[in-house]
Write a protein that binds this ligand. Structure first.
Ligand code: B12
Length: 219
């Protein structure tokens, strides 16, 4: 696809919350052969800009809600176009948004991309208490645990989950715990005690591949 003007158009449409135009542009871009991952990135950038406008007081909570709904519907159109490119084997990933946090778009995107890469994903949803994470880790013995959180207040519950999991005997521990969300960082990873951190979904997929030693698949 040669024309890149659609990318900025899509970002602007989402930033301006033009629901129908966004979905139309997503359909057109996919039909014209755009890389579905680039379409996702543009939608994500639009939502990020909505967040900035909210922060500056130019948008209110309703705009965040609307951006969330537009993103969800756009993802429904994009996900079927994301082809399985690499094997995930029988690797199992347990995902969830930590207690006190109801943001789920990023987590859902990570889950969708992991599935597209052959991983088996169990999604516990949002506002998941630490004890529920522990219960599910014990019950399903996942290879990787992914904790999502977008609020700075999510770091405490993330640490609680990690602390609970670390007490399990080594043979029942996951091979890796990843924290994800726009504001995680190396410092947050250290604070929380997780093994890895990611601020974008594809990086999360690559980390899971790395944890499962599918290193040849890394690019
Ligand atoms: C949409 C949105 C909402 C929607 C959420 C809808 C939904 N179903 O998720 C609604 C309206 C519900 C909402 C509510 C609130 N929100 Co809000 N929200 C946003 C917004 C605009 C976008 C978030 C988003 O979905 N982005 C798109 C996705 C795809 O990106 P992402 O979440 O970052 O995920 C990517 C990566 O982070 C990563 N990732 C995420 N999770 C994981 C997990 C793993 C394992 C891995 C590997 C990777 C990974 O991969 C994803 C894809 O690449 C952000 C602004 C921003 N810049 O992030 C504010 C933002 C997160 N919200 C904010 C706030 C303050 C709130 C409220 C407190 C507002 C209020 N006054 O009520 C409430 C909190 C409710 C709660 N208890 O959780 C603040 C947080 C500030 C802070 N640092 O604590 C932000 C940053 C806005 C701002 N700039 O002020 N919000």
């Amino acid at each position: 696809m040669q024309d890149v003007a659609w990318q900025e158009r899509l970002v602007t449409q989402l930033t301006e919350l033009q629901f129908r135009d966004v979905l139309q542009q997503v359909r057109e871009s996919l039909e014209a052969g755009a890389d579905p991952l680039v379409v996702v990135e543009m939608c994500q950038e639009g939502v990020r800009r909505v967040g900035e406008l909210y922060e500056r007081g130019e948008y209110f909570l309703a705009a965040l809600i609307m951006a969330g709904e537009i993103f969800r519907q756009a993802m429904d159109l994009i996900v079927p176009h994301l082809a399985v490119t690499t094997p995930g084997g029988d690797c199992r990933v347990l995902l969830g948004t930590v207690q006190g946090d109801i943001h789920d778009m990023g987590k859902n995107l990570v889950g969708a991309l992991l599935r597209c890469h052959g991983f088996s994903v169990q999604d516990l949803g949002v506002d998941v208490p630490p004890a529920e994470f522990l219960k599910q880790v014990e019950a399903t013995q996942p290879d990787v645990v992914g904790l999502s959180g977008l609020l700075t207040t999510s770091f405490g519950p993330m640490r609680d989950v990690v602390n609970l999991i670390r007490v399990l005997p080594p043979e029942r521990q996951p091979k890796g715990i990843i924290i994800g969300g726009a504001s995680v960082s190396e410092q947050v990873r250290e604070l929380v005690g997780a093994d890895f951190w990611a601020t974008d979904a594809m990086h999360g997929v690559r980390l899971c591949q790395q944890i499962m030693k599918y290193t040849p698949c890394l690019d």
